[in-house]
Design a protein around this ligand. Structure first.
Ligand code: AFD
Ligand code: MN
Ligand code: MN
Length: 394
């Protein structure tokens, strides 16, 4: 079943900004190793060039998430903001790194070592200053803190350290800023993670202050969890800050969004559509991609993700919410379910292609990229630099 977008859907789609992560353009891997791609981004400029290519072809990705220790150039914040602006982009969420340095072996803000805790909090405060300097309003906080063995740590003492640290960081935010507290049930810690689920993240956010919200990473749920229920609950609480989109078959697999279970992403967007209908306005949340493209060409994977998010969001906007409410009121389960199934079954690709064309973008961004020769040019330009840098590229 094909469709045409109403003005309302077309307008709402044009307000769906999808943030790209710098780390999605660089060589990544698993703990078992990295497989290098000739065209993978090496430098911040490479990453921003690649993000600009995705935005050029989709028009939906004006901002780029950065990781503080991986992306901030020598010239600091000004150079970072300028490097984005010159490519028609802006810096989006600031992601501190309090998980990779040796001192964080036994945790960051939850560490038993007060010096380590202080260093981690200072890095978070420096990240707030960086956000201020580049004009970002969002601090995206993910912590690897946790333990690997029973008895290793005091759950409560660690909880209180997090509450103190997040409160201190929250109080350093400018009024326009927000901190998004991300949760993850396991990995790299395998016995407990200090911010393990949405409830803990919501409690930490509530304790930190009104500018703290919850960041829902779609890959950070144990099998069987109902993510759309979590999203609806957090949105109704005013506690939803945004998403890290990816897909998973087993755990935090960071596969491309909608590649495994598009119906799950669609149901999340139906929860968003219902929340926006209830409030009469767009939810003020960040739609961010957080994926590792270990096998797929990175820009192709990113474009696939953006167009899939647009498709599923458009399908969710097709759900007749009035009809759904009537079916619910009548306990007509089948009719209610059919409201979702018929919207999900609608092929929106032609309508999306026309919508893109009307806004001056390629009807098929992926095909446009694949025929552009961009990746081959990037590989020619970057491979010599990689080989010159030695290491695993040699
Ligand atoms: C890893 C973590 C988490 C975090 C991301 C970017 O699991 O999702 O948001 O890295 O730092 O995927
Ligand atoms: Mn994430
Ligand atoms: Mn993750």
């Amino acid at each position: 079943m094909n469709c045409e977008f109403s003005g309302k859907i077309s307008d709402r789609l044009s307000r769906l900004a999808i943030e790209l992560p710098t780390w999605g353009f660089a060589d990544t891997g698993t703990r078992f190793g990295k497989f290098l791609q000739d065209a993978a981004a090496l430098t911040l400029e490479d990453k921003l060039d690649d993000a600009a290519e995705v935005h050029r072809l989709t028009g939906a990705c004006p901002s780029v998430a950065v990781h503080v220790l991986w992306d901030v150039p020598e010239g600091g914040a000004r150079a970072l903001a300028d490097a984005a602006a010159v490519r028609g982009l802006r810096i989006g969420s600031i992601n501190p790194n309090v998980f990779q340095d040796q001192c964080y072996r036994h945790g960051s803000v939850a560490s038993e070592d007060a010096v380590v805790r202080r260093r981690a909090i200072q890095h978070l405060l420096d990240s707030v200053a960086l956000a201020r300097a580049v004009g970002s309003r969002t601090l995206a906080l993910w912590f690897a803190d946790g333990t690997n063995y029973p008895g290793q740590g005091s759950f409560v003492r660690r909880k209180r350290r997090f509450m103190d640290a997040l409160r201190e960081v929250h109080d350093a935010l400018d009024p326009s800023m927000r901190m998004l507290v991300e949760y993850k049930p396991f990995e790299p810690a395998f016995y407990h993670t200090d911010i393990a689920d949405w409830g803990m993240a919501a409690a930490f956010a509530r304790h930190a202050g009104p500018q703290a919200k919850v960041l829902v990473d779609t890959g950070h749920h144990l099998p069987g969890q109902n993510i759309e229920h979590i999203v609806a609950f957090l949105a109704d609480e005013g506690a939803l800050g945004g998403f890290h989109f990816n897909d998973r078959h087993y755990a935090d697999d960071d596969l491309t969004t909608g590649s495994i279970d598009p119906y799950r992403v669609f149901r999340i967007f139906v929860a968003i559509a219902e929340a926006e209908r209830a409030t009469g306005r767009d939810l003020d949340i960040e739609y961010m991609i957080d994926q590792s493209h270990n096998e797929k060409p990175k820009i192709e994977a990113m474009i696939q993700t953006v167009t899939t998010v647009q498709e599923l969001f458009a399908k969710a906007l097709l759900v007749d919410l009035e009809q759904l409410e009537s079916a619910r009121a009548a306990n007509d389960i089948v009719a209610a379910e059919e409201c979702l199934k018929s919207a999900f079954a609608t092929d929106v690709r032609e309508a999306l292609a026309a919508w893109r064309e009307a806004r001056g973008f390629p009807r098929d961004p992926l095909a446009a990229h694949r025929s552009s020769g961009y990746t081959a040019r990037a590989a020619r330009a970057r491979l010599p630099r990689k080989q010159a840098s030695g290491g695993s590229y040699a």
